[in-house]
Design a protein around this ligand. Structure first.
Ligand SMILES: Nc1ncnc2c1ncn2[C@@H]1O[C@H](COP(=O)(O)OP(=O)(O)O)[C@@H](O)[C@H]1O
Ligand SMILES: [Mg+2]
Length: 237
């Protein structure tokens, strides 16, 4: 579904991603792991076109070279994105926040010709239906994360990218989010690229892992192969 090859990225003089490689097979959850500051968010932003890359390829759905596409193309191509820190609009209602997802196309047309929020979003997150009229900023952190995921789902993406959805959120909502990821994969056929440092969460919901260390890819495999030695070397502080 997504294939990153020999990707190099710099912030000014600072070389952040080094010959990065990542495979995200269709219909599975791939978890990118690594300590703070190793470049996980930079990788995701490079995929989303939010930071320029110096070299390398990012191939999507067999034949699309994302590095040559505009940022706005991602949503039309079926890529949904939940950024780290959620970034919902605190003064807009829940419903208005979800509608901003429908408008997330740079060419002014609506995604899939759609005007309405798919019922599926409320089916996955009943709390968003209950709180439709509340302001985004009045929700708890966990509810805001659910809203951010709901907003990414309104255009019915094929690939969903989530950057640390469990960060700073109460455990019961982290579990709910994990269950939604599982349902999106098994019931809707989505592919998920998850950035997550929480080991139990990754072990429970990911099919495969890819570890980064100081901007480089250092290990990958099926989640059952994530060994204590790898965790000690690359994940514990
Ligand atoms: N906009 C930026 N400008 C300069 N350096 C940045 C910027 N964003 C992140 N960095 C640096 O790039 C490195 C990787 O950051 P990031 O991708 O956020 O890591 P992670 O998501 O793994 O915690 C860090 O050293 C960070 O300080
Ligand atoms: Mg990050």
């Amino acid at each position: 579904m997504l294939s990153v090859d020999a990707l190099n990225q710099y912030y000014g003089e600072s070389h952040t991603l080094w010959d990065l490689h990542l495979e995200v097979p269709a219909g599975e959850c791939t978890c990118v792991m690594g300590r703070n500051g190793v470049g996980k968010t930079t990788l995701v932003k490079a995929i989303m076109g939010e930071v320029p890359v110096a070299s390398g390829r990012i191939r999507y759905a067999d034949d699309v070279e994302l590095t040559k596409r505009r940022i706005e193309d991602r949503s039309r191509l079926g890529i949904g994105y939940v950024p780290q820190g959620r970034q919902i609009f605190p003064l807009l209602s829940v419903e208005e926040n979800l509608r901003t997802g429908l408008a997330a196309r740079g060419d002014g047309r609506r995604g899939n010709g759609r005007r309405t929020i798919p019922e599926r979003v409320f089916d996955l997150f009943p709390v968003l239906e209950e709180m439709k009229q509340r302001r985004g900023g009045d929700l708890s952190g966990g509810q805001q994360q659910q809203l951010a995921i709901g907003r990414a789902l309104v255009l019915e993406p094929r690939l969903l990218i989530l950057d640390e959805p469990g960060e700073g959120i109460q455990p019961n909502i982290v579990t709910q989010i994990g269950e939604v990821i599982r349902r999106l994969i098994t019931e809707d056929g989505l592919t998920v690229l998850l950035v997550e440092q929480k080991l139990p969460f990754a072990r429970k919901y990911a099919d495969r892992f890819a570890i980064m260390d100081r901007g480089r890819p250092v290990a990958r495999g099926e989640i059952a192969e994530l060994s204590d030695a790898l965790i000690r070397e690359h994940l514990t502080v």
